[in-house]
Design a protein around this ligand. Structure first.
Ligand code: XLS
Ligand code: NI
Ligand code: NI
Length: 439
């Protein structure tokens, strides 16, 4: 098999002074940070759909990029195999150890699902073959239950029981393939699980059906030996106006309501959190404090645009605050999947590498700076001190649950004067972040 990305060498760490565009400036896989190698802190993954599939088509124009990878016709099994070849060459050149896929990213979908499934068997055999002799693994798999027109009213939330069965069939097969490839996780992103208008929608009915489908998926997955985590990937809107997995807090409530919280964690995508009106860090924190921070879709949105732009992350501030959450949470069981794509005019093979070099270096810098923030200690110390009034006296009684409303009221009555909670010192803390980032 001939080289696809000709002229692009294996990307090496050259350090922050290097001007070589095809090198890492910060991602040094063997560098040890807080007792662990960078490569262990940052299990990066390639998203099959964006990197090997998306070719620049948008609402107003067609492809700008050539993602045929030498195949004579697109949407054929020849093309599917060429994508596998390209994907493995790409991952090996960048030192990326994981990939993520939807069923229909791997093969063209046929009208007859049995044919699609045969194609999935064939391509997953080929992927397994390519995995041999490499240390590349599958991070997670999923079923695309939003592209096919049958899912226009949803998948688990569809009004049609037949469509529901198609969703089940796709999940079953995607789980088979995920297990076959040794995947660490399985994702539910509810692309069409939501509604446009309540005039035609029974929300309770739809949510119960989605939960049942997830339960069936868990039962099936466990029965075929899948021991990894299932994930919900929250997103507030797009393509639907209202999506049921709005944000981390909503998804956690749903999982608990339907008894799915033991098998599921969350896959938090930066650009979805910001679409929900949160920071990326907020949704990470909410997941972490609930023991549900599983995996991350690493990308970045554009605050001037109200949709999922899936840009390669370049904000070191965002990446630092993300890695701060990840370090404080003790790491991820999943990884960092670049659910990111090149901008439409960045249309060469070389740009695909620049996208990943940017993303990997941004997260490496974020890791370095987050570790420095923790090491500096001023933020953690400030937060601890801020709640010091709960350490002794009436505060300690509140924390231990050993008090009554009457006792608290009596305490306030004794104080008489207004209580002073103390300054929040936001500007001081922001300047600490700047100092640590830029020193
Ligand atoms: C879309 C989602 C999707 C999921 C996988 O916005 O991010 O790409 O990650 O279905
Ligand atoms: Ni997304
Ligand atoms: Ni995503």
């Amino acid at each position: 098999m001939s080289e696809i990305f000709k002229g692009i060498p294996a990307i090496a760490y050259e350090g922050k002074d290097s001007k070589n565009p095809l090198s890492f400036k910060y991602y040094d896989p063997d560098r040890v940070i807080m007792g662990k190698k960078m490569s262990e802190h940052l299990p990066f993954a390639m998203a099959w759909w964006h990197n090997l599939g998306a070719a620049g088509t948008d609402m107003f124009g067609r492809d700008t990029m050539d993602k045929s990878f030498g195949a004579s016709e697109k949407a054929t099994m020849e093309h599917a195999r060429a994508k596998v070849d390209a994907g493995f060459e790409f991952m090996e050149k960048l030192g990326i150890k994981y990939f993520c896929f939807h069923d229909v990213d791997l093969v063209p979908e046929a009208d007859d699902i049995n044919v699609t499934n045969e194609r999935l068997d064939e391509i997953s055999d080929y992927i397994l073959e390519k995995m041999q002799g490499t240390d590349i693994k599958c991070l997670w798999g999923t079923a695309n239950m939003f592209g096919n027109p049958r899912f226009m009213n949803g998948a688990g939330s569809s009004n049609s029981a037949d469509v529901y069965c198609f969703a089940a069939a796709q999940i079953k097969k995607a789980l088979d393939v995920t297990v076959k490839l040794g995947g660490r996780g399985y994702v539910f992103w509810g692309g069409r699980e939501g509604y446009e208008t309540l005039l035609n929608t029974d929300v309770k009915f739809e949510q119960e059906n989605i939960a049942r489908l997830m339960r069936l998926a868990v039962d099936y997955g466990r029965s075929i030996g899948f021991t990894g985590d299932f994930y919900i990937e929250p997103k507030p809107k797009e393509p639907m106006k209202h999506q049921y997995d709005f944000d981390a807090a909503t998804a956690i409530g749903f999982l608990r309501q339907y008894g799915l919280d033991k098998d599921f964690k969350l896959n938090i995508e930066a650009n979805h959190a910001t679409l929900a009106g949160h920071t990326f860090q907020h949704d990470l924190r909410i997941s972490a404090i609930n023991g549900m921070l599983g995996s991350i879709d690493a990308n970045q949105g554009d605050t001037l645009l109200g949709w999922d732009t899936d840009e390669f992350p370049w904000s070191v501030y965002e990446a630092t605050m993300c890695m701060y959450e990840v370090l404080e949470a003790g790491g991820l069981t999943g990884g960092f999947n670049f659910d990111s794509k090149n901008r439409r005019p960045s249309n060469t093979y070389e740009d695909m590498f620049h996208g990943f070099i940017l993303g990997m270096d941004t997260f490496a810098l974020g890791l370095i700076k987050a570790a420095a923030l923790i090491d500096d200690g001023r933020i953690d110390e400030f937060i601890k001190e801020r709640y010091a009034s709960y350490k002794t006296g009436i505060g300690a009684k509140i924390r231990s649950g050993n008090t009554t409303l009457e006792e608290l009221a009596a305490h306030a009555a004794d104080l008489k004067a207004p209580a002073d909670p103390g300054s929040g010192r936001q500007e001081y803390l922001e300047s600490v972040v700047n100092q640590v980032l830029f020193s």
